[in-house]
Design a protein around this ligand. Structure first.
Ligand SMILES: [Zn+2]
Length: 356
C-alpha cells in the first residue's frame, strides 16, 4: 500500500499552496476543478478550497488533464533547469567584463555544454547569440565613451574593438541598439520577478540575466505582475528567480532612501529597453542630483532638444524602473508635480524623503 505516502505528499502540497511557499525540491502545479485553471504554488491569486484542488507533477500533465494555465503566475513558464540560466548569466558577465572577448568554446566549456548547445541555450535565454551580445556590449561601451567626450578612435579602443574597421562594421547595429535588438514582447527571454513590502506599498522587481528591467509599485501583487505580463507577453516569467532576488535588496534600499546614488552601485546593472530618445532621457534623469528637481523643459534642453518637452514627459511616464531612474525629480514649469506612473502620492513621498 502506498496510500500513506500519497496522503503525506498531498498534505505537504496543500500546505505549500495555502502558505504560497513552493517546496524546494518537489516541483508541482495545482489545478482548481471549479475554475479549470492550474497554478504554481506561490501564485498570488485567492487560495482555493482544498476539496477542489488537484495536484500534478508537471504543467504538461495539468494541460493533458484539460486545465488552462493561470495568467497571474504563469505556471507553464516554470523552468526546472535553472542551471542553464545561471550559466548564461555567468557568460554574460564574462562577455561584459573580460579584457578580450571570450571564445565560444570557452564559454561553452564553462557551462558544461558543447559549443552548439551553449549557443542555442544562450540565444534562448537572451534573444541574442554570444557574438551578438558581445557586439552589444562593445556598442554600449562605445556610446558611453563618446558621451564622455572621447574621440571616435579613443572610443573604438575603449570599447574593446581591435580596430576601427570592426567598429564601423558593427556601428549601424550597435550604436542604434534599442528595443529592436531584442525580440518583440520578450519572446525567448526568461524574466525573473519578485515582490516585497516597502514604505511605498508592494514593490515588484523584474530582471533578466542582463540586469534590472522593471519595477512596479502598487498595492496588489497580482496587479503588479499583470503590468509585467503586459510588457513581456511572450517571455517566460519566473517567480522568485535568481536575477530578481539579486537586485531586490538594492531596489528596496532605493525605495526606502531615494537619495542613494544607484548609478554608483555596480550590483544593479540595468537592462533598459526603449527608443534611442527614451534612453537619452532616462540617462539624463540619472544626472539630476537627489533633493533637486528639473522641469520637463529643462530636461528637453539638457538633451539638446528644447522643443521636445511633451516627448520628454512621455519618456518620463514610460520609465520602466522608477525610482531607480528618478523620473520623480521632474516636475512642471508652473510648479505642478506633473504625473507619476505609480500615483502622485508616491511621487510626493519620494520627493519628501529626498528633502529630509
Ligand atoms: Zn496562478
Amino acid at each position: 500500500m502506498t496510500a500513506g505516502t500519497g496522503e503525506g505528499r498531498d498534505a505537504r502540497r496543500w500546505r505549500a499552496v495555502a502558505d504560497r511557499q513552493p517546496i524546494a525540491d518537489e516541483p508541482f502545479v495545482y489545478a482548481v476543478a471549479t475554475t479549470g485553471i492550474y497554478c504554481r504554488p506561490g501564485c498570488p491569486s485567492r487560495t482555493p478550497n482544498r476539496e477542489n484542488v488537484v495536484y500534478f507533477a508537471t504543467p504538461a500533465a495539468a494541460e493533458a488533464a484539460g486545465y488552462r494555465p493561470c495568467r497571474r503566475c504563469w505556471p507553464q513558464g516554470a523552468d526546472p533547469d535553472d542551471s542553464q540560466t545561471v550559466a548564461v548569466a555567468r557568460a554574460c558577465r564574462r562577455l561584459e567584463t573580460d579584457e578580450a572577448e571570450p571564445a565560444l568554446a570557452d564559454l561553452a566549456a564553462d557551462a558544461g555544454l558543447s559549443a552548439a548547445q551553449f549557443r542555442a541555450v544562450f540565444k534562448d535565454r537572451t534573444g541574442l547569440t554570444p557574438k551578438g551580445y558581445a557586439r552589444a556590449v562593445r556598442g554600449h561601451r562605445m556610446r558611453a565613451a563618446l558621451e564622455e567626450g572621447a574621440t571616435v578612435t579613443e572610443a573604438t579602443y575603449a570599447a574593446g574593438y581591435s580596430g576601427s574597421a570592426r567598429a564601423h562594421a558593427d556601428a549601424p547595429g550597435v550604436l542604434g541598439m534599442t528595443a529592436s535588438a531584442y525580440r518583440k514582447g520578450g519572446a525567448g527571454e526568461v524574466i525573473d520577478h519578485a515582490t516585497a513590502d516597502s514604505a511605498l506599498g508592494r514593490v515588484l522587481v523584474a530582471a533578466t540575466a542582463r540586469g534590472l528591467c522593471g519595477i512596479a509599485l502598487g498595492d496588489d501583487d497580482g496587479a503588479l505582475l499583470a503590468t509585467l505580463w503586459a510588457r513581456f507577453p511572450k517571455a517566460t516569467l519566473r517567480a522568485d528567480g535568481p536575477a530578481a532576488q539579486a537586485v531586490l535588496p538594492v531596489v528596496l534600499r532605493v525605495v526606502a532612501d531615494p537619495r542613494q546614488n544607484v548609478a554608483a552601485l555596480p550590483e544593479v546593472p540595468l537592462d533598459l529597453r526603449g527608443t534611442a530618445f527614451q534612453l537619452r532621457v532616462w540617462e539624463e534623469l540619472r544626472r539630476i542630483p537627489p533633493g533637486e528637481t528639473r522641469t520637463y523643459t529643462e530636461v528637453a534642453a539638457a538633451i539638446g532638444q528644447p522643443s521636445a518637452t511633451r516627448a520628454v514627459a512621455n519618456a518620463c511616464g514610460a520609465n520602466p524602473v522608477a525610482p531607480v531612474v528618478p523620473c520623480h525629480r521632474v516636475v512642471r514649469s508652473d510648479g505642478g508635480l506633473g504625473g507619476y506612473r505609480w500615483g502622485l502620492e508616491r511621487k510626493k513621498a519620494l520627493l519628501r524623503e529626498e528633502e529630509a
